[in-house]
Ligand binder design. Structure first.
Ligand SMILES: Cc1ncc(C[n+]2csc(CCOP(=O)(O)OP(=O)(O)O)c2C)c(N)n1
Ligand SMILES: [Mg+2]
Length: 551
């Protein structure tokens, strides 16, 4: 193991070792320092870094890069997750991405420099059922990123790394992960070669969640080993009180529990929890005292777990321990004040115990074949509907596929996007505002690499454009992305009873985008072949460009 004393440097090295080559971020403490390091030194680690116009764009670009086979991470602070939340709820549930994908969240529970203390643990654990790792010190960051990347690569799923200033702002980075010599290989091919449209919808969402349950079950042995605790946990006998410490408080709170001679277990994941280990402890205790910052998320989950198992242990939290504040930092002095009354008369605890390490990679062996068989069965049982034969959009998507040797097509929600999913006419549909940044991210993975003639195309609905695609376009302009944007203008939202929401008239919209520096064309599908010629002309030039297509 090599030693590194700077957290940002060891963070970058861990990302690179884990296969992350593309990082997008929107600034906000406590991730800014890490992101600024990547901005300055990313290339030395083989990492392309860019600031994004907002967090939705950051996460969506990272997702597109992972679809293209380039490991990616998006970084933001806890309130930034609100801006990325629509993306997170769709991108978070799918599997089979062709490279690792991480969301690195900086939490601020005090709050120390934020407008709110917002606790995102419940959000991750709710519908997207995300795996969330919670490193609590600079020393834990490297091993945590290594496992996050290995799991993300093996399942092709988004994994969250949630830390706060204790971890991301730490000076001492300590030991790097034992680290594979080369990043974990992905068992999944990149799009468009993958050959089907990746999408979430009413047709697929439950299917994705069933797959997630199966992936998390495979990871069970790794999750069950994701804790540290006092050696006394291994011993027989009854305990009066044991302390359960949430991942984000981790090492520093465990040190205080040890100083008071209290048996303790600190979990390393925020979701899911090592339930069997927690229950084993609960069986031996009269009281479990939970330490966590912000909302009583772990406290409630542990209480429910103990209740479901029919155990008698009492679960108490900060309030019962004597901290009436609903939020606020648990610094060492506060922890000492809360823990001192619990200290046993004859303390026995000294060192921290680690269960034997479980390598998560092998737990996911064979998963790719399982996921693919399940997908084919689901598609057969509930096939996607495509465009009717006479619909000109069928011809449009066929024409887009033919624009280059390799064409990747993103769409957004709407009738145009949904019907393009059948027969692999498009490659991906996620949320409103996803088409442009996903295409931009994919183009960073594929265009120009290995001499390929590849083209990224984002097909944007006329309602989606003002709702949420506009900022992604500005970001693509700012970064000179290789990207063809096609606005599919049917004059309304066909999806929602043809409602017309606030928008600029097409000519005004195009003039605005041209003023921003975007090269634009306007045409109409059905006017002979001229629209095909316009698309070919736009495809042949470079940089971000846009064809406004009246349908
Ligand atoms: C954040 C969010 N708000 C509302 C919706 C509901 N919705 C789905 S598609 C859509 C608009 C699609 O209109 P357009 O972009 O014009 O595509 P079209 O249906 O006309 O092809 C709306 C409002 C949604 N999916 N997400
Ligand atoms: Mg429309």
């Amino acid at each position: 193991m090599s030693r590194s004393h700077e957290t940002p440097a060891s963070f970058a090295a861990a990302l690179a070792t884990g296969g992350v080559e593309f990082v997008t971020a929107f600034p906000g403490s406590p991730t800014t320092t890490l992101a600024m390091y990547l901005d300055a030194h990313g290339p030395a680690h083989g990492i392309e870094f860019r600031w994004a116009i907002n967090e939705n764009v950051a996460l969506s670009q990272a997702f597109g890069a992972a679809m293209g086979g380039r490991g990616a991470a998006a970084m933001m602070k806890h309130v930034g997750v609100n801006v990325a939340s629509d993306a997170l709820h769709v991108m978070g549930v799918v599997h089979g991405l062709a490279a690792p994908l991480l969301l690195v969240e900086g939490a601020d529970a005090k709050p120390g420099s934020s407008q709110s203390a917002q606790d995102n643990r419940w959000l991750y654990a709710s519908s997207p059922q995300l795996l969330v790792l919670g490193p609590s010190a600079g020393t834990e960051l490297g091993p945590c990123i290594a496992d996050a990347c290995a799991i993300s690569a093996g399942a092709g799923m988004l994994v969250v790394v949630r830390g706060e200033a204790r971890c991301f702002g730490a000076r001492e980075a300590g030991e790097r992960a034992p680290g594979a010599a080369s990043p974990p290989a992905s068992p999944y091919a990149a799009w468009p070669r993958r050959g089907f449209a990746l999408a979430t919808s009413a047709r697929t969402y439950e299917f994705h969640l069933r797959q997630r349950a199966s992936v998390l079950a495979r990871l069970g042995p790794w999750v069950e080993a994701s804790w540290r605790g006092s050696a006394a946990l291994e011993l027989d006998g009854e305990l009066e009180t044991a302390v359960v410490i949430a991942a984000h408080l981790g090492a520093s709170a465990a040190a205080r529990a040890r100083a008071h001679g209290l048996p303790h277990l600190r979990v390393l994941t925020e979701h899911p929890l090592p339930e069997a280990s927690l229950l084993a402890l609960a069986r031996r205790c009269a009281t479990l005292a939970v330490l966590e910052e912000c909302t009583p998320t772990l406290e409630r989950e542990l209480a429910a777990l103990v209740h479901r198992a029919g155990l008698g242990a009492r679960v108490i939290g900060r309030r019962e321990l004597g901290d009436p504040r609903p939020i606020g930092r648990l610094d060492d002095a506060t922890l000492d004040r809360l823990l001192a009354p619990l200290a046993p008369d004859s303390p026995t605890e000294r060192s921290e115990h680690r269960p034997p390490r479980v390598d998560p990679g092998p737990l996911l062996d064979g998963l790719a074949a399982q996921l693919e068989a399940e997908r084919l069965a689901h598609d057969q049982a509930q096939p996607a509907s495509g465009f009717p034969d006479h619909d000109p959009r069928r011809q449009l998507f066929a024409a887009l596929r033919g624009l280059a040797a390799e064409v990747f097509i993103t769409v957004d929600p709407g009738v145009t996007g949904v019907l393009a999913l059948a027969d692999h006419q498009a490659d991906v549909k996620m949320h409103m505002g996803g088409a442009v940044p996903i295409a931009a991210g994919w183009s960073r993975a594929r265009v120009g690499a290995e001499g390929r003639r590849s083209l990224a195309v984002a097909v944007v609905g006329d309602t989606n454009l003002p709702h949420s695609e506009w900022l992604g376009i500005l970001d693509a302009l700012d970064h000179h992305d290789e990207l063809l944007i096609v606005v599919a203008d049917n004059g309304s939202s066909e999806m929602t009873q043809r409602i017309v929401t606030p928008r600029l008239a097409p000519k005004v919209a195009v003039a605005s985008l041209e003023a921003a520096g975007l090269r634009c064309w306007m045409t109409r599908v059905g006017d002979g072949d001229s629209w095909r010629e316009t698309l070919a002309e736009a495809a042949a030039v470079s940089g971000p460009r846009l064809v406004w297509l009246h349908l």
